[in-house]
Design a protein around this ligand. Structure first.
Ligand code: COA
Length: 268
């Protein structure tokens, strides 16, 4: 942990796998669990939820950047955690839900830089971002049905709104993977760039230089029409998701991933 509380820079690590740095009015949150494709554990969700809470509460922070490793954004929720929750009869963890709620409620600009895979929450968290820059290597996928789950993070509303109902069905029902050019064509991202972290940092610096009140008000206005629908969708998705998580179908899907075999849904 490094902190100059009266100065411009503080840096701390709230999880071994989530690095949070604040400098020059910008908080940068970076996932760092490359050996597991940055799959997000409960501890990491807690750190992500805390990072957004801290950024929201710090008047000096004007924009937040989300990023992963050089070759991987995130493979989504840690499937071992999902299996443990499912077998324990639990639902979505409160800190995972807190991260989703904090994302939806966040009232400052969110910018993301994506390289490699952005799976599950790796794609759905981007729907809450204002600007998304992706490397040519980026791949987007929401394989909830493949895992016998349902969409989360408000994606049942946000994704059709962003890309249209037909394309959302390709992502949410068929679990199709999008490459970076297609994601750009569909309007899921802003640009394909060689260095998405640099592009995200540049955009965040520009935002940090804007009039902060106007920026926040503009962001709030652009989200006003969908805000209540998204919060309501998250509430309902959460109920169904928790139910699905405990289902024998989902347990089969998680066990199949762990055993590196295709799931067998024929008995359900
Ligand atoms: N949860 C837990 N561990 C994961 C993970 C996840 N979501 N995604 C990847 N990992 C782990 C793998 O188990 C493997 O661990 P190991 O080396 O100890 O065996 C390591 O990360 C590397 O993954 P691997 O599958 O060997 O790499 P790959 O390049 O062949 O494939 C992915 C990468 C991301 C395409 C593949 O791992 C995958 O499909 N992951 C699951 C994605 C998913 O369904 N996420 C949930 C969405 S809700």
């Amino acid at each position: 942990m490094r902190a100059w509380l009266g100065g411009a820079v503080y840096e701390y690590q709230m999880s071994q796998h989530v690095h949070v740095t604040t400098a020059d009015h910008i908080t940068t949150v970076r996932l760092d669990r490359p050996d597991k494709k940055n799959a997000i554990t409960l501890e990491m969700y807690a750190a992500l939820a805390d990072a957004l809470e801290a950024a929201a509460g710090d008047a000096a922070v004007r924009a937040v950047v989300l990023g992963g490793s050089r070759d991987c954004f995130t493979a989504g929720n840690d499937l071992g955690d999902f299996l443990r929750a499912a077998q324990g009869g639990g639902g979505e963890h409160p800190r995972a839900l807190a991260f989703l709620r904090n994302l939806a409620a966040f009232d400052k600009p969110l910018v993301a830089g994506v390289a490699g895979v952005a799976i599950g929450i790796g794609t759905t968290m981007l729907l809450h971002c204002d600007l998304v820059y992706a490397a040519p290597s980026a791949r987007f996928k929401t394989p909830f049905v493949d895992l016998a789950l349902v969409p989360e993070a408000g994606s049942s509303v946000l994704l059709p709104a962003l890309v249209g109902a037909r394309r959302a069905a390709q992502l949410l029902l068929l679990g199709e993977q999008l490459d970076a050019p297609t994601a750009l064509d569909w309007g899921l991202i802003n640009a394909v760039v060689d260095d998405p972290d640099a592009a995200a940092a540049t955009a965040a610096r520009r935002l940090a230089g804007c009039a902060p009140g106007a920026l926040r008000a503009t962001r709030a206005l652009t989200r006003r029409a969908t805000r209540e629908a998204v919060l309501e969708a998250m509430r309902v998705e959460g109920e169904v998701f928790s139910e699905r998580l405990r289902s024998p179908e989902a347990i089969e899907a998680f066990q199949a991933f762990m055993a590196r075999r295709p799931p067998d849904f024929s008995r359900f």
